[in-house]
Write a protein that binds this ligand. Structure first.
Ligand SMILES: [Zn+2]
Length: 310
């Protein structure tokens, strides 16, 4: 018997559990072992503690997870796996919860293997919900050179530039949550980064304040970003060596892999919380890809890391 198995009611030791027959789970054609607790009489099964407990269509989970991080819209994913689009929508929320836990473990395993992170790049990705008149910002931190995401958040910001007046007229004043959202990221960072870490950012004034507040002993290097030389390049501008390449490349990747972040898409975010879910699923798949990639790339720090956690 599985030694980690516990009674869901009284959490008694596995020695006090008895096998209690099987049932056939039609959803994925599996035979599931049932158990009974000798202490409290509770009956349960080996599926009780599974994250997919009581789900129908658990077969679609891995495909949905992969497709969500491969620039596919929810309607196409629904068609491919043969479910309603509402199922895909709720599976995104479910998957994000799992991915969030997994992403934390990934980061912890990375820190255990390599020790403290010495340099971090931080920036905001700006996107919108429903219309460009309702912009949202995504502050994010990644490991310099390795692009491993360390934390992010999603916040609404008021419309800016030419759309500002029109947006106020049509949708009223829009709250600016960006400072609080950035602060939450820094709060999280302060638990994983050493106090003498080095930050690389652009000239945003709020970054300076946060770094001083949360990392008074940190080094802060500021790089003023160029304007793009070619229209449509977005974060990846090929003008000269980019000191903020890691964070810019991460932003370019999420724009390419999360369909609602594509430039000129009609798959827009309707709920900022779902965008956060979607990014968490992306990070999960991205970190898995890093693990696979590292087996074919020589001499990378990641390679040993992969051995350590796989
Ligand atoms: Zn029990």
């Amino acid at each position: 018997m599985d030694v980690t198995l516990r009674c869901p009611r009284c959490a008694t030791a596995p020695a006090n559990l008895v096998r209690d027959g099987h049932y056939y789970r039609a959803d994925d054609s599996k035979s599931i072992q049932r158990y009974q607790c000798k202490d409290c009489g509770k009956k349960f099964s080996s599926a009780t503690h599974n994250p997919a407990y009581r789900q129908k269509k658990r077969r679609i989970n891995s495909t949905v997870r992969f497709c969500l991080a491969s620039n596919m819209c929810q309607r196409d994913i629904a068609e491919i796996v043969g479910v309603d689009v509402k199922t895909v929508r709720s599976r995104l929320v479910w998957q994000a919860k799992l991915s969030r836990v997994k992403n934390k473990l990934y980061l912890q395993a990375y820190l255990d293997e390599y020790g403290p992170i010495d340099t971090v790049q931080f920036d905001d990705l700006v996107t919108f919900e429903h219309t460009k008149m309702k912009p949202i910002t995504v502050p994010m931190a990644v490991v310099d050179g390795e692009r491993i995401p360390l934390g992010f958040n999603v916040a609404s910001i008021p419309a800016f530039g030419l759309l500002a007046a029109k947006s106020r007229e049509k949708y009223g004043p829009r709250v600016d949550d960006s400072q609080a959202a950035r602060e939450a990221v820094f709060q999280e960072l302060s638990t994983v980064l050493p106090p003498d870490v080095r930050f690389k950012t652009d000239g945003h004034s709020h970054y300076k304040v946060l770094i001083k507040q949360y990392f008074p002993n940190a080094t802060h290097e500021i790089f003023i970003s160029d304007r793009g030389a070619v229209v449509g390049q977005g974060e990846l501008k090929k003008t000269r060596f980019d000191e903020l390449f890691s964070i810019n490349h991460t932003f370019a990747t999420v724009r390419a892999k999360i369909n609602r972040l594509n430039r000129r898409t009609w798959c827009t975010t309707k709920d900022p919380e779902r965008l956060a879910d979607h990014i968490d699923v992306f990070i999960d798949v991205f970190c898995d890809r890093l693990k696979k990639l590292s087996s074919s790339v020589n001499g990378l720090r990641r390679q040993a890391f992969v051995k350590a956690i796989s």
